[in-house]
Design a protein around this ligand. Structure first.
Ligand code: HEC
Length: 569
């Protein structure tokens, strides 16, 4: 039997406060109430020559390669539920530095560790972005106005190219005018390999000239490579953050397999019935992986196609893991007990040449629905026949992306490149599409709350969208920080909406629909987080993707209520 799920008696925990050196004047916090058996706690003060808010205390368990991160509140911190082992503890706050301290924690230990911060110039921060919009290592970080200088074409470029490619893409490419002309025409051309990226009729020939002239002038062969400097001064609420804890389980680097990669890449987390967390791993060779959050133990399963590029993943009731491959258009299936892997074509007719799968989701009959980003389709793998079929979505160039089911098992998905939300009714096989209010935009993902309201993120507009399917009415909220990039938008059991946002370098954000307020939980690493999975206890799992260390990560918004490391829906 596992011991991790049990609570210690409250009386014992109160006794610990004195043992741990926490004085009676320290604010009573929820996490003082409970502690998972066999774990340790560290608390202390953080002093600085000038005021600061919510510094991050990073406690890295070097034996297990697991990071625990808490925030200071009123200059104090307290980290509970720490795995025993050797630790390196660092305090991070832009504008300050402090030495890293080491300590070893035995099971049930309570230690005190205090820090003094020195003032230091703040390091500029880039967006937590990936893919087209990758972070650019050798770029000079500049303001938006330096990145996109004023002049004819600036707004046109923003609404014709930047909304789709992200802010760092064009300024990172020093092309000659002939190359820019080639690429603009490629984006306009319906017969280019992926069709027209710029929707027909949205760019006149005069505007095309203006766009090319702007690109050639500002991003020419001699221009300095530059990327957006973001202001990472998040709105911070210490009373909320003082109760929170992040944990990141770092993926081990395999000496042989990862010699060339130097880094691994997780994409999408999901839980199995035993409380493990699964993820797709786009490191080459591609893997499907699992971490047991109670022990930090990882297990990898090599994919049949080492370059199939797994994107989304889901787990059925028996614990079988299904994943969608972007390259090769297969739905994979793993039985973790035997290690056997099957691959089903995503279109049994074999007619969808060059299509690219994206994200799967399981319905109550254990059929697997999936989006097809390249090929503009929605698909269904049938549990009884073990065959898959696809339906073309109404909008060409839509690029179906994130997917979710409502209570009536209508299939909702985001039409990424055309800024729409779509519904598919399996009974009538009809699609209904809704356009996001602010256009143009990309939409990565969406989630459906318990009342059937569909929530989405305007990735390039920085909006949180709310669609009521009963009326078709859409409301959009401004996410408070500039350059916000809401990626996944996912409700927890209490219909609090969680947003992953790499726009300012990385934050999880909680939106309370009743009070219409946003609460920020800045991430331990600069990153984006393409997908969230939330436990029945409200722990928010994510995969940091553009971060320097690949991980399966989790935020406990209220660590005092934590009873287990296991992850259950
Ligand atoms: C709706 C989304 C979208 C819009 C709008 C868009 N692009 Fe693209 N762009 C893409 C995609 C997707 C690709 C990759 C095409 C492929 O690989 O087949 C691409 C490819 C490119 C490439 C080549 C990248 C490479 O390294 O191979 C350049 C350069 C580019 N786009 C520039 C632009 C410019 C300039 C504009 C505006 C005039 C623009 N794009 C508008 C989505 C978009």
């Amino acid at each position: 039997m596992r011991t991790s799920g049990r609570l210690l008696p409250v009386l014992f925990a109160i006794g610990l406060m004195t043992l741990g050196g926490t004085t009676a004047t320290a604010p009573a916090r929820a996490q003082d109430a409970a502690q998972i058996a066999g774990t340790a706690a560290v608390s202390g003060t953080v002093e600085a020559p000038k005021p600061f808010q919510a510094a991050q205390v990073h406690l890295l368990n070097v034996d297990k390669n697991v990071l625990f991160m808490v925030y200071t509140s009123g200059g104090r911190y307290r980290a509970v539920n720490l795995f025993p082992g050797r630790y390196e503890v660092t305090v991070r706050k832009p504008g300050f530095s402090a030495e890293t301290k080491s300590l070893t924690l035995a099971a049930d230990a309570r230690e005190a560790l205090n820090f003094s911060l020195r003032e230091e110039g703040a390091q500029p921060v880039q967006q937590g972005v990936f893919g087209f919009t990758s972070r650019i290592a050798d770029a000079t970080l500049v303001s938006y106005d330096e990145l996109y200088p004023a002049g004819p074409g600036r707004d046109l470029v923003a609404k014709t190219c930047v909304y789709c490619h992200g802010k760092n893409f064009l300024p990172g490419r020093p092309y000659h005018e002939t190359q820019w002309t080639h690429f603009v025409d490629l984006m306009l051309n319906p017969s280019s390999p992926r069709g027209a990226m710029i929707p027909a009729g949205t760019l006149s020939s005069t505007d095309r000239e203006t766009v090319i002239a702007y690109l050639a002038k500002h991003y020419g062969p001699t221009s300095v490579k530059r990327a957006l400097k973001v202001d990472a001064d998040f709105p911070l609420d210490e009373t909320v953050l003082g109760r929170a804890m992040y944990v990141e389980y770092y993926l081990p680097l395999d000496k042989q397999l990862d010699a060339a990669n130097k880094q691994r890449r997780t994409q999408e987390p999901h839980f199995d019935p035993a409380g493990n967390v699964w993820y797709t791993d786009r490191s080459i060779p591609n893997r499907i992986g699992r971490v047991d959050p109670r022990t930090g133990e990882f297990r990898d399963f090599m994919m049949p196609d080492p370059k199939g590029d797994p994107h989304g993943l889901t787990v059925d009731k028996a614990g079988h893991v299904f994943w969608a491959e972007t390259v090769g258009f297969h739905l994979g299936r793993l039985d973790p007990r035997t290690g056997s892997m099957l691959r089903y074509p995503m279109d049994s007719t074999g007619q969808s040449k060059g299509a690219r799968g994206h994200t799967p989701v399981i319905d109550s009959k254990e059929n697997v629905w999936f989006t097809v980003i390249g090929g503009d389709m929605l698909g269904k793998w049938d549990r009884k026949t073990e065959k898959a079929r696809v339906w073309k979505v109404p909008t060409s160039g839509a690029a179906p992306y994130g997917i979710s089911l409502d209570r009536d098992e209508n299939v909702w998905f985001a039409e990424f490149r055309r800024g729409k939300i779509a519904k598919f009714d399996p009974k009538t096989e009809k699609f209904t599409e809704y356009s996001a209010l602010t256009q143009p935009t990309t939409i990565r993902r969406l989630g459906v709350d318990s009342a059937g309201i569909v929530w989405y993120g305007g990735f390039s507009t920085g909006k949180l969208g709310k669609l009521d399917p009963k009326t078709g009415r859409i409301v959009e909220y401004d996410i408070p920080m500039p350059f916000s990039e809401p990626y996944d938008v996912w409700p927890d059991r209490n219909d609090q909406i969680w947003i992953s946002d790499g726009g300012q370098g990385g934050s999880l954000i909680r939106f309370d629909p009743k009070t219409e307020t946003f609460t920020y939980y800045p991430t331990p690493q600069t990153t984006d987080q393409p997908k969230l999975a939330i436990t029945r206890d409200g722990a928010v799992w994510y995969t940091p993707r553009s971060s320097s260390k690949a991980a399966a990560g989790v935020l406990y918004p209220d660590v005092g209520k934590m009873t287990t490391f296991g992850a259950y829906y």
